[in-house]
Every structure is written in C-alpha cells, then in structure tokens.
Design a protein around this ligand. Structure first.
Ligand code: COA
Ligand code: AMP
Length: 630
C-alpha cells in the first residue's frame, strides 16, 4: 500500500485505523473502542483501556527474549564516557528506582519533576515514573531557577529528580544551586529530591530533603508496572506560549503508545533491533518521543548523546557516532547541520568514518532551509526528510513516510499530512484557502491519538489557545499553505513564539522580564533572522525619563536579567535603547514590521501606523548592533 492508500484508509475509517494500530501494544485491558467524543470538542482516545507505558517500552522486550539487546547507548564526547545498557539491565534499574520512589510514597498520579542533563539516568527516571503511573515533567537544563520554579508551582511535584550538574563546552553548569533557588522561589515545595552526583560537579546535599541517587535505591524492592487508564496523563511537558507562564502540555498514556509505535516503522522506516538516534535533548518533545519512548516501545536501540554537533571535539562527531554505533536513522534540528556545515563546509571529516549504514536523515523543530537540506543530501548521500510537528502533537503532523512510501521530496516542504491529520489552511474568516494561498494552518478535530487532550489544570487556556479561533479545528499557531499536490509549507508563527536553534521560546516571556528592570518603561522583543540559529531575540528598550544610567549599562543588565530569569538557552544577547516603539493608532506594537526592518526585507507601511518616522529610528538603532544592514 502506498501513502495515498494508507491516508485514505484512515480517512474512511479513523477508528478502525487506530484500533488496528493498537494491536501492536500490550494491554492489561484492551480498548473496546478508539475515540471518546463524549466531551467534544475535547477528545480522548482508548479511555476504557488499561495499560502501562514502561511495560511496553522495557519489560515486554525482555519477556519476548530481547533482554540482551542494547536498549540505550550512552555516548558522551563531552566527558569521554560511553556505556551500553541492555533491555534486561534497563528493566532492573527502572524497577529498582521505581521501587525506591514508591517506598517514599510516589504513586499513580503524583507529579515528579526531572531536571537532568543528557545521561541515561534521565530516561531511567522517566521510565520509573511511567512504571508507577506517576506523571513526570522534564525541565530542560538550560532553563534558569525561575523557569523551574514556575513549573514546580504549576504541577506541584511530590519529588524532583535532578543531576548535580550539566556540562556545556567550556563550563560545568551546576544544577543544584538552580534547583535550590527554584525550590526557594516556589510556593509548592517538593517533599524530597533525588540527586545524581556527577564527578564533574558533585553537589552538596540538603540534609533531610536530598537523597543521593545510588543510596536512595540501595536495597529497594523492584516495583511492578501499574496499569493505568488509557487517558491517564503519561507526562506534562511545558512549552512556550505567548506569556511568561508556559503551557503544560498533557500527554495521554494509551494514545502516546499507539501513535509513537506506529511512527517508528511508517515514518522513520526502522525495524526493531536497529539503532535510532535523535540528537536532541530529553528536555524537549523530540527527546521525549524519539530519544526515550518511541524507540524503546518498538524495541530499537536509542542513543543518549551528551555533546554538541561541533566542538565536542569537532564537526565530525555526528559521523563518528553514526559509524561507531551503526545508526540507521538520525533525527536532529536543521541548526545542528548549519553548525556542522559552517565548521566543515566541504564535509571533509565525513571521509574519516564509514557512515554507509545510515539510511535517512530526519529534520524537524524549525524551518529546514534549502541550502542545509541540499548540503546534507550531497554530503551524506541519503534522503533528507523535513517533517513538521509540535510539543502539543508529540509526533509528526506532516512528513514523508519512509516506511510506507518515499514520496517525491519538494525542498522547502515537510511533505504531506500523516494519517490522523486533516490539515487545512484557513483564512481569517475560518474558510479554507485555495491551494497555494497563505493562511493559518489548522487541523480538523479530533486530533489523532497521542496529542494533547488539554493543558495541565488549564482547560480554559487550552480552549482559548487552540480551539476557539476556528470552531471545529485545532489552531497550530503556524501559518503557511498547501500546494495543489497536498504538500504543506510552514512559513511563520502567528503568535509570539520564536525558534532559536530549534528551541521554542516566547518573546512575550522575555518582554515580561525586561519590563521588570527598574529603568525600563516599555519594551518589545522580536525574533530576527540568524544564519546559524534560525532566529535570535532582539530587544528594544524605552527607558524611564530622568534615568541617569548609561544605555549600555541598562542593556547589559537586561541581557543578564533574561539569562538569570529564563536561562542561557534564550540566547538573549542583543538589545537597543530607543526613544519610542512603532505602534498602531490603537497602541499595538508593530513587531512584524520591526522584524522586516531587522532582516532588511521590504515591508508595506502599516496603514494604521501612528508615526512612520519611528521606523527610521528603529532602523538606525538596529544598525548599531549589526542588523538592518543595507
Ligand atoms: N544546560 C545548560 N545550558 C545550556 C544547555 C543545557 N542543557 N543547552 C544549551 N545551554 C546554553 C549554552 O551553553 C549556551 O550558553 P552561552 O550563552 O553561555 O554560550 C546557550 O544555552 C545557548 O545554547 P545553544 O542554543 O545550544 O547554542 P550554542 O551556541 O551553544 O550552540 C548549536 C549552537 C547550533 C551547536 C546548538 O544550538 C545545537 O546543537 N543545536 C541543535 C538544537 C537541538 O538539538 N534542538 C532540539 C530540538 S529538535
Ligand atoms: P516545538 O513545540 O518546540 O517542537 O516547536 C514547534 C514549532 O516549531 C512549530 O509550531 C513550528 O513553528 C516549528 N517547526 C517545527 N518543525 C518545523 C518544520 N519542519 N518546519 C518549519 N517549522 C517547524
């Protein structure tokens, strides 16, 4: 069957399609039906089933005789460590950690925050939670204490599992002071913490609250898998929205298992036993779905890579990992390839390694620019597949389904809608746009299994953010078009979200931080184009009249403030002081026009602009920091 047959088969009988896919999962109680629409327009899947994620990701492979297969390869060029963990070993480690957590009272439905670097223990912690039916929330290590505190307050975890440190090129990032700071800031206090001590930066433990990882588990009884309802939350993953308050995306257990399992063969074209590598971070959705869960659910070998595409030690690292571990499919963000291409434009380092086992490169997380795709294709000699999805969806909305049919690649397009997704481009009035015309990209409800049913304890925000603009549809927040062949083109976000090196960030959140500076009266943050990272935030600051502090000092303090409050990952390094911001007559800041000026693109003078002369002031200011160059 080709793609069209599979897609049309789904469309003709969506429930039948997903019930068939559900057969690949080991159920404690199989679902009697797929879709639960009793609370439409909020939908859930496989609600009457009972199932355990960890059983499906770990134990069942051991039971099936694959216990000696490597489940996780840990490869850390930044520390020099390398280690393999088989499925049997993984089961034992996870069962013991789950047992220790359970002995401290962690049970089904309790939240556990995981704040860890790219080490296999991060996956073990996630799986130990799933084993108990506890709901994990992994927080990316590049976020500051304040961001961690916001998440602690939102989900009120019973415990936090953290590493003592992360390691970035050239510096050790001590996590423990960030964790302590977050717990101080938060009004909800976790009962206890489990700390994985790392040689590169051991932490001082807080007596009575913190437990050392190994001592915590010593002698613990292995815990069995706890079957949960199909719609029980497997995890919460916070992602950037338009404000400083991140959105707690809820992932439902059964749909997550069914959908992820379906994607491994059908989209990524890999078979059980093969090595699949997602070079991302467990703190992002790609890490949840494709470092941890999907490869393990399908019985692949996954790689936990603690390093960067360049500099650890060089731009040949990716090729070394591919050859050494016989990686069949690599998934990463286009930024990683832009970095490699910049460091080794001719790709000479590739010749040092045998990467003939690699079949496909998958890119997602941000727009894949044609130059990068063409470079990767030419240098690696394998298909380069752009695919489009979001934290909210957990798996690809649009892709080129390599396990079904390798469709013609149209560079600049993440290809076509996957089964489960009725993707449409809507005009402002909510009507579908003709092929080739721009509009808001929306998905006809219900969304498929594995997607967010709601936001954690914020149903109203869920409705407002995703359902209310176009009744009957999920609003993706992306704008773009669909061509006459059904290929999608993702052009821009319709909200204040920007994408910096594949990391999703909120300009609104940065504005909230800048506005808290005592000398800042008003501010705006935009995402300007950047050759390496796709976008970079640029801040505009209007200072209070009478401020005696020099502008440069205020800018430096603001840069530090964003780093301290949001984290280094925000990559907020550029800001300028301006007298005023360009606005419409009704007071709306013209951010989109400012982006065009920064990128030196032509723009139409907004008809409602209050005073066009301000745009020249903005251009002059931007030139002082290297933007808006003629
Ligand atoms: N913990 C602590 N700090 C972190 C961090 C982590 N887990 N991850 C990143 N940071 C810090 C970096 O050290 C850097 O700090 P600096 O300002 O002191 O230099 C800052 O956050 C920005 O990091 P990053 O965006 O990674 O930029 P970089 O300049 O260090 O590296 C690339 C550039 C392109 C090599 C890097 O961005 C990369 O590998 N990108 C791939 C992105 C990716 O995998 N995205 C996942 C989505 S699929
Ligand atoms: P995240 O939730 O961090 O995965 O970010 C999701 C957002 O990243 C999407 O809404 C898009 O704006 C952008 N994005 C992800 N993949 C792609 C892609 N293949 N092409 C263009 N934009 C993408």
């Amino acid at each position: 069957m080709g793609y069209a047959d599979v897609y049309n088969g789904w469309k003709a009988d969506p429930e039948g399609f997903w019930m068939e896919a559900a057969k690949a999962i080991d159920w404690d109680t199989p679902p009697s039906r797929a879709l639960d629409d009793s609370n439409a327009p909020l939908y859930e899947w496989f609600t009457d089933a009972r199932v355990n994620t960890c059983w499906n990701a770990v134990d069942r492979h051991v039971e099936a005789g694959r216990g000696d297969q490597v489940a996780i390869i840990y490869d850390s060029p930044i520390t020099g460590a390398k280690r393999n963990i088989t499925y049997s070993e993984l089961r034992d480690k996870v069962a013991r950690l789950a047992g220790a957590l359970s002995a401290k009272g962690v049970a089904k439905g309790d939240r556990v925050i995981i704040y860890m670097p790219m080490v296999p223990e991060a996956l073990e912690a996630m799986l130990a939670c799933s084993r108990l039916g506890a709901i994990h929330s992994v927080v990316f290590g590049g976020f500051a204490a304040n961001e961690l505190a916001v998440r602690i307050d939102d989900c009120a975890p019973k415990c936090v599992i953290a590493g003592s440190c992360g390691i970035e090129p050239g510096r050790v990032v001590e996590y423990k002071p960030l964790l302590d700071g977050a717990i101080d800031l938060a009004s909800s206090k976790p009962e206890f913490c489990v700390i994985l001590q790392r040689d590169e930066g051991p932490a001082e433990l807080t007596e009575g609250r913190d437990h050392e990882w190994h001592a915590f588990q010593a002698g613990a009884e292995p815990a069995p898998c706890v079957a949960v309802e199909g719609n029980h939350p497997a995890y919460i993953l916070y992602t950037s929205g338009t404000t400083g308050q991140p959105k707690g995306v809820v992932r439902p257990t059964a749909g997550h298992l069914v959908a992820l399992n379906w994607t491994m063969k059908n989209i990524y074209g890999v078979d059980p036993g093969e090595v699949f590598w997602a070079a991302s971070d467990v703190g992002w959705v790609v890490g949840h779905s494709y470092i941890c869960y999907a490869p393990l659910i399908t019985g692949n070998t996954t790689i936990v890579f603690e390093g960067k595409p360049i500099g650890t030690p060089d731009a040949g690292t990716f090729w070394r990992v591919i050859s050494e571990h016989d990686v069949k499919a690599l998934f990463t963000a286009p930024t990683a390839f832009r970095a490699i291409k910049r460091a080794d434009p001719k790709g000479v380092l590739i010749a040092d390694y045998d990467i003939s086992g690699l079949r496909t490169l998958f890119l997602a997380g941000e727009r894949a620019d044609p130059d990068t795709i063409e470079w990767a294709e030419a240098k690696l000699g394998v298909p380069v597949i752009d695919h489009w999805w979001q934290t909210e969806t957990g798996w690809a909305i649009a892709a080129n389904p390599m396990g079904i049919e390798h469709l013609t690649v149209k560079i600049g397009s993440p290809s076509v809608a996957m089964p489960g997704w009725d993707v449409q481009v809507l005009g402002e009035d909510g009507h579908p746009m003709p092929p080739g015309e721009l509009g808001a990209i929306a998905v006809k409800l219900p969304l498929p299994p594995g997607t967010l049913p709601t936001l954690w304890h914020a149903e109203e925000r869920f409705r407002k953010s995703y359902l209310n603009t176009f009744p009957g549809y999920y609003e993706t927040g992306d704008a773009g078009m669909i061509d006459a062949d059904g290929y999608l083109y993702i052009m821009a976000r319709t909200d204040d979200v920007i994408n910096v090196a594949g990391h999703r960030l909120s300009t609104g959140a940065m504005e909230e931080v800048l506005a808290s500076h005592p000398d800042v009266a008003e501010c705006a943050v935009i995402g300007a184009s950047d050759e390496l990272k796709g976008q970079l935030p640029v801040g505009f600051l209007c200072t209070n009249s009478g401020t005696s502090k020099p502008d440069a000092e205020i800018v430096a303090e603001c840069v530090k403030l964003v780093r301290d409050r949001i984290g280094p990952v925000a990559a907020f390094k550029h800001a300028v002081v301006v007298d005023r911001l360009p606005k419409t007559r009704s007071g709306k800041i013209l951010r989109a026009t400012m982006v065009k000026i920064a990128d030196n693109e032509s723009y139409k003078l907004p008809a409602t602009i209050d005073d066009p002369a301000i745009l020249d002031e903005i251009r002059t200011a931007l030139r002082t920091i290297g933007y808006a160059q003629a």
